[in-house]
Design a binder for this molecule. Structure first.
Ligand SMILES: *Cc1c(COP(=O)(O)O)cnc(C)c1O
Length: 255
């Protein structure tokens, strides 16, 4: 620990690349995916046209938009709280969508994600997969096909390592190079040595990871069933949280 950390987290990038069957120059790591998001907004979304994201979504998107002076357009969900890919086929300066979405807990099939990525070849399309390991389909297999796709994941949720602050982006090497350039020009905080070492160990322990996800999914199934018996209306969740409404009682009273 007397030595500074590897500024590029090379071994961790390689471990992630091996896990996701990518090359290490297709992986970028950050102090939590919130930092990855900040660098993504800074690097790719400062455009003349507005960026698009769902109107009900992760609360940091409007925050980063305002922080970097980026004009955004919030795209409404449909009446069932679903994202409609057709709504993302309008002129834009970039797109960011969580899959599954928060707080609705609903996921889009890979075909719908691909439809959005393919329809926007001149925009960077970011899929925030913070909850993808709880049952949704990852867009990582599309990375070699589309140079405008950036997938962001985190060790905070499905690997239960929020305290380590490890997030990562996967995409075409030109996008990864852009993120590295932005990071290295104004941010001198790589992942520390402990985070890099523990991150590598976590990626290599696939059995623990799978069992951890399975435990969270079982808890989700059990809680949804019990809450439905108590007259809650609940969407089928693909996340580690549930989106619920009581048939009669008001949320405020229940709270
Ligand atoms: C939790 C979360 C993040 C950020 O997670 P980090 O702990 O910063 O890695 C990003 N996007 C979504 C949708 C999240 O729910």
């Amino acid at each position: 620990l007397r030595l500074y950390p590897d500024p590029d987290s090379s071994e961790l990038c390689q471990a992630l690349a091996d896990f996701y069957k990518l090359e290490s120059d297709q992986v970028f790591v950050s102090n939590g995916s919130d930092e990855a998001l900040a660098l993504t907004f800074y690097s790719f979304f400062q455009q003349d046209k507005p960026i698009l994201f769902p109107a009900i979504s992760y609360s940091f998107y409007p925050v980063y938009s305002r922080f970097f002076g980026i004009v955004s357009r919030m795209v409404p969900l449909d009446k069932d709280f679903k994202i409609n890919p057709e709504d993302y086929k309008i002129s834009n300066g970039g797109i960011i969508i969580p899959n599954p979405n928060a707080p609705t807990s609903m996921g889009l099939p890979l075909s719908a994600i691909e439809e959005i990525v393919a329809a926007n070849p001149y925009s960077v399309v970011v899929i925030d997969e913070a909850y993808v390991d709880f049952g949704a389909e990852s867009a990582v297999p599309l990375i070699d096909k589309y140079n405008n796709l950036l997938v962001i994941q985190t060790m905070s949720k499905s690997r239960s390592l929020a305290g380590l602050r490890i997030g990562y982006c996967m995409g075409h090497k030109a996008l990864i190079e852009g993120l590295n350039r932005a990071k290295n020009s104004f941010n001198s905080y790589p992942l520390d040595r402990l985070a890099q070492a523990a991150g590598i160990a976590a990626v290599k322990d696939e059995a623990y990871f799978k069992a951890n996800c399975q435990k969270i999914i079982s808890t989700r199934t059990r809680v949804i069933k019990a809450m439905r018996e108590l007259d809650f209306e609940i969407q089928d969740s693909m996340a580690n949280f549930i989106f619920a409404k009581h048939m009669e009682k008001q949320a405020e009273d229940l709270f």
